[in-house]
Design a protein around this ligand. Structure first.
Ligand code: NAD
Length: 467
């Protein structure tokens, strides 16, 4: 087994020591002080500014991301998240008085957010910076000690975090443990006070059962199939541009919030396909393979998985755009399918790649009904000008978020909680919600010794009962 903690050399079997060291730090109380929290957030901000080039390079090595995409979708977002937490942490951490009923006079009541203690953050490979560090920002601002375990699949980013975090942050309270399933399993055997997991629903179940042993609360940010519903009132030019950008320019479909499949009213489906083809050519030229403006499939295993989705008999005949694969560069062309079988794997499994199935439906109502019969998605996107369709989506579809006429922007807005429901997970974060995800709202009630009314105590005589 190989692993590294805080940038030091491998020290096999020492995960338990990391957890114990961090617990000692937490018990010392240092992480509770506002000064410590702000200093760590400031240091993380410095890391994100001073090491921009190295971070972009690691993301390019792992995912073939352009520096532009890395800045927009990861680094700038994280800087803003740090700045917000630094600015607001005092307010968020302040005790808040709670009104009390007159009968409880003279009593005061309040709620104060308390750090959970020593927390674990496990993250996936697809946005390996933002999905690792944004929960860490929440954990630090709430006053916790934290271990972060990045994905072994995005190994350059993982290595870089293991090198940089100890250079900037307090290693007595914030540690990186690198590794894959073996290290994750060892980590999950320890007692944590909160586990924040981002990844697949399959591993989410593993995390939750490990947490149950220690009664550890968890946040599960999981995956699934995010549908896009398009009706005949939608502006199809804008829809095609936003849809193409959200699918192929946001991790090349390898994003939990990427559109997975489209349900389009039959009267506009063919037009939508035609417009998407045109947009793809505008974005990436005649040969998308040579474009530097989209990233690639993360590794050969995922490329093979995607290729097998296309090879299914009922699917391969439905390819209306793309479909080419080049193993040597881990490339799959932006691919559009029209009306693949609803029983095919591409319509049942999370695609997590550059394939976009479009399915014709007779109405938005039947599209909504279709989504309702499937596992609850992280996001439902709808392109429409129709208020009734919007209200129907908000009022009847169970989903982490509902987004109209836009794609992925909801992730960037710190005022909106980000999280799933049902199969797509539970708990949420971003902005103040990140602070709350790592805080226990401790109730405080204080009463003086005056007015100790005897009526409340036994014996409960008939007279007392009457009064
Ligand atoms: P994954 O579940 O395979 O891995 C996530 C993390 O868990 C990694 O750090 C990995 O090392 C660890 N892990 C893997 N197997 C494990 C096991 N058996 N026991 C313990 N730990 C284990 O996910 P992935 O392939 O890295 O990421 C893709 C998935 O993540 C997709 O399903 C995607 O939808 C989801 N995702 C969700 C969000 C969200 O915010 N909801 C964001 C990004 C990705």
């Amino acid at each position: 087994m190989e692993w590294c903690a805080a940038g030091e050399e491998a020290r096999g079997g020492d995960i338990q020591n990391v957890a114990s060291e961090l617990r000692r730090t937490f018990i010392s109380g240092i992480t509770r002080s506002l000064e410590w929290r702000k200093a760590q957030l400031k240091a993380l901000l410095c890391l994100l500014c001073e090491r921009e080039a190295e971070l972009c390079h690691a993301l390019a090595l792992d995912l073939g991301k352009s520096a532009h995409e890395s800045m927009i979708s990861e680094i700038v977002y994280l800087r803003n998240s740090c700045k917000l937490a630094k600015k607001k942490v005092k307010k968020w951490a302040t005790l808040k008085k709670v009104p009390i009923p007159i009968v409880a006079f003279p009593t005061s009541a309040a709620v104060v957010p308390e750090p959970f203690g020593v927390v674990l953050v496990i993250s996936p490979w697809n946005f390996p910076l933002v999905l690792t560090l944004d929960p860490v920002i929440g954990a630090i601002s709430a006053g916790n000690a934290v271990v972060l375990k990045p994905s072994e699949v995005s190994q350059s980013t993982s290595k870089l975090l293991a090198k940089l975090i100890p250079m900037y942050l307090d290693t007595t309270a914030i540690r990186v443990v690198e590794g894959g399933i073996a290290e994750s399993t060892l980590l999950l055997e320890q007692k944590w006070d909160k586990i924040f997991f981002t990844g697949s629903s399959r591993v989410g179940r593993v995390v939750m059962s490990a947490a149950a042993k220690h009664l550890t609360p968890v946040v599960l940010e999981l995956g699934g199939k995010c549908p896009v519903l398009v009706d005949a009132t939608a502006d199809l030019d804008v829809t095609a541009r936003r849809l193409a950008f959200g699918k192929w320019n946001t991790g090349y479909g390898q994003a939990c919030i990427a559109p997975d499949y489209v349900l389009a009213e039959a009267s506009v489906a063919a037009q939508l396909v035609a417009k998407l083809k045109k947009v793809l050519e505008n974005f990436y030229g005649k040969d998308a393979r040579s474009s530097k403006d989209h990233c690639r499939v993360v590794n050969r295993r995922h490329l093979e998985r995607l290729r097998s989705l296309l090879e299914e008999e009922s699917v391969c005949t439905t390819v209306v755009h793309g479909g080419e694969v080049d193993e040597s560069t881990l490339y799959m062309a932006p691919t559009i399918l029209l009306n693949p079988s609803l029983d095919s794997a591409v319509m049942k499994e999370e695609i997590f790649g550059p394939i976009l199935p479009i399915v014709e439906v007779d109405s938005m109502d039947s599209a909504v009904e279709f989504v309702k019969t499937r596992p609850s998605p992280l996001v439902v996107y709808m392109f429409t000008k129709c208020k009734r369709h919007q209200q129907n989506a908000v009022g009847t579809i169970q989903a982490g978020s509902v987004v109209f006429n836009e794609l992925a922007l909801q992730f960037m807005l710190e005022g909106l909680p980000f999280g799933g429901v049902g199969e797509s997970g539970f708990g949420c974060y971003h902005g103040k919600d990140s602070f709350d995800a790592f805080s226990h709202p401790k109730a405080i009630l204080t009463r003086g010794f005056l007015l100790d009314v005897p009526f409340r105590y036994p014996p409960f005589t008939e007279y007392k009962k009457k009064v």
